[in-house]
Ligand binder design. Structure first.
Ligand code: GMT
Length: 370
C-alpha cells in the first residue's frame, strides 16, 4: 500500500506513535511517506519510511504561516506524484481538515485521535464543527483509549475504534547501570517525562515530591521541556527541594533515564492514554499516575498505582508505600512482561493494518459507540 502518514514532529505521544508506526509499516514493504514540519525525532535515521517535509512559506500579508493549507498542498501533491492510496493522520486538528481539503474523497482517509485534539481543541468553537465535518468524511477513525473514543462521540459525533498505543520493549528496557548517573547510592530515583504543558501539572508533582523528600532520600529527574518546566523548577526552589530535583533536556533516548528509575510519576489532569508511562512499564519501572482519562484502562494494580487527581497527600503516600514495599522488585518484572505482552508494536501495527485493509475495501469501520 502507498500510505501518507501525518503527524506533529515533536516528542509528544502522537508524533511518537505515528513515527514508529510509519517505520514498522515501511519494514513490512509498504511505501510510507511521513509528513511533518520537521523530521520527527522518533523516526529512526535508517527508516525506510520517507520523511516528507511540510514547508511553511510565510507572506507578510498572512497573520501567521498557513499550516493547514501548506499541509493540504503537500498531501495533494503527493497523491498526484507518489500515488498515495491512503492517508493516516495523527491528531485531528487541523490534520483531518487538511487531508479532506487535499483529497475530497480521491483516497481513503484514516484519522487517529490522541487527546487534546478531542478534549481541549475539540470543544473549542473555533475548531469543533469544521473538524467534525472533516472527520465524518473519513473511512475510519481510531482513538487511543475507550475514554477518548467516548469523548470524541460527544465532541464530534463520531464513533472511533479503539487502537491502543504500543511500546517497543527492545528499546525500552531496564537500565539500572545508569542510576548512578542521576542519583546517589542511597537515593531513590523518581522520574517524570513530558512536554511540560499545563495539563501535565508538573507543579503538583513537585509539591508531592517535597512531601516524599521529607520522609526518604530521593531525587526527582524531570525529563523534557515545555512551557511549565521553569515554573516546576521555581516550585522546587520555593519548597526547598531544588537540590534534589534535576532537569534533563528533551532527548530522543528517554529510555536511558527512565530505565534507571525506581518509579515513574505522572500527575496530569487529563491523559487519554499516557504513552510515557507505558514506556516506563516496558523499562520495568512501575508507575504512579493520577486516575484521569484512559489511564485506568491499562494501568493495573499489578504494575502501578492510581491516585485521585488533586490529592497530593495520597500521591506522596502512595509513592512512599511503593518505594518501601517488599513487592517492588516483583512488580518491576511484572511491569515489563505486562507491557511486552499487551502492547507489542507488531500486534498494534496489525490492528492498524486491518483498519487500512477495511478502508481500502470500502468496508464500514468497526466502530464501538457506547
Ligand atoms: O493530545 C495531546 O495533548 C498531545 C498528544 C501528544 O501528541 O503528545 O498527547 C496525547 O496523545 C498521546 C499518544 O497517544 C497520549 O499518550 C497522551 O495521553 C495524550 N495526551 C493527553 O491526552 C493530554
Amino acid at each position: 500500500m502507498r500510505i501518507g502518514m501525518v503527524c506533529y514532529p515533536g516528542l509528544g505521544g502522537s508524533g511518537i506513535v505515528a513515527s514508529e508506526l510509519a517505520h514498522r509499516l515501511a519494514l513490512r514493504g509498504h511505501a510510507v511517506f511521513l509528513f511533518a514540519t520537521e523530521r520527527p525525532l522518533r523516526l529512526p535515521k535508517d527508516s525506510k519510511a520517507r520523511f516528507m517535509p511540510v514547508d511553511l512559506p510565510n507572506y507578510p500579508l498572512f497573520p501567521a504561516p498557513l499550516y493547514t493549507l501548506a499541509l493540504a498542498g503537500a498531501l495533494e501533491r503527493a497523491v498526484r506524484e507518489e500515488g498515495l492510496e491512503l492517508i493516516h493522520t495523527h491528531y485531528a486538528i487541523p490534520h483531518a481538515v487538511s487531508a479532506w481539503l487535499a483529497t475530497e474523497g480521491a483516497v481513503k482517509l484514516v484519522h487517529t485521535l490522541h487527546g487534546t485534539d478531542v478534549t481541549l481543541l475539540g470543544i473549542d468553537p473555533a475548531y469543533q464543527k469544521v473538524s467534525a465535518k472533516a472527520l465524518k468524511r473519513a473511512s475510519a477513525i481510531t482513538a487511543v483509549s475507550k475514554n477518548l473514543a467516548q469523548l470524541a462521540a460527544r465532541s464530534f459525533g463520531v464513533c472511533p475504534q479503539v487502537v491502543p498505543n504500543a511500546v517497543d520493549a527492545e528499546r525500552f528496557r531496564p537500565t539500572p547501570e545508569h542510576k548512578r548517573l542521576f542519583a546517589a547510592d542511597d537515593e531513590f530515583l523518581l522520574v517524570h517525562a513530558s512536554n511540560f504543558r499545563p495539563i501535565k501539572r508538573v507543579g503538583d508533582l513537585v509539591h508531592a515530591f517535597a512531601k516524599i523528600r521529607s520522609k526518604v532520600k530521593a531525587r526527582l529527574v524531570l525529563v523534557g521541556s515545555g512551557p511549565e518546566r521553569a515554573d516546576a523548577l521555581r516550585v522546587a526552589h520555593a519548597l526547598g527541594v531544588d537540590d534534589s530535583v534535576t532537569s534533563v533536556a528533551t532527548t530522543a533516548s528517554p529510555e536511558e533515564v527512565i530505565g534507571a528509575a525506581d518509579l515513574f510519576l505522572l500527575s496530569s489532569e487529563y491523559e487519554s492514554f499516557g504513552q510515557s508511562a507505558l514506556e516506563a512499564l516496558a523499562c520495568g519501572v512501575p508507575v504512579v499516575a493520577t486516575n484521569v482519562g484512559g489511564v485506568h484502562e491499562w494501568l493495573t494494580p499489578e504494575v502501578g498505582r492510581l491516585v485521585e487527581f488533586g490529592d497530593l497527600e495520597a500521591y506522596a503516600q502512595t509513592v512512599l508505600d511503593l518505594l518501601t514495599s517488599p513487592g517492588l522488585p516483583q512488580m518491576r518484572q511484572t511491569a515489563r512482561a505486562y507491557a511486552q505482552q499487551n502492547f507489542n508494536p507488531e500486534h498494534i501495527t496489525n490492528q492498524y493494518q486491518e483498519v487500512y485493509d477495511a478502508a481500502v475495501a470500502g468496508l464500514p469501520a468497526a466502530a464501538d459507540c457506547d
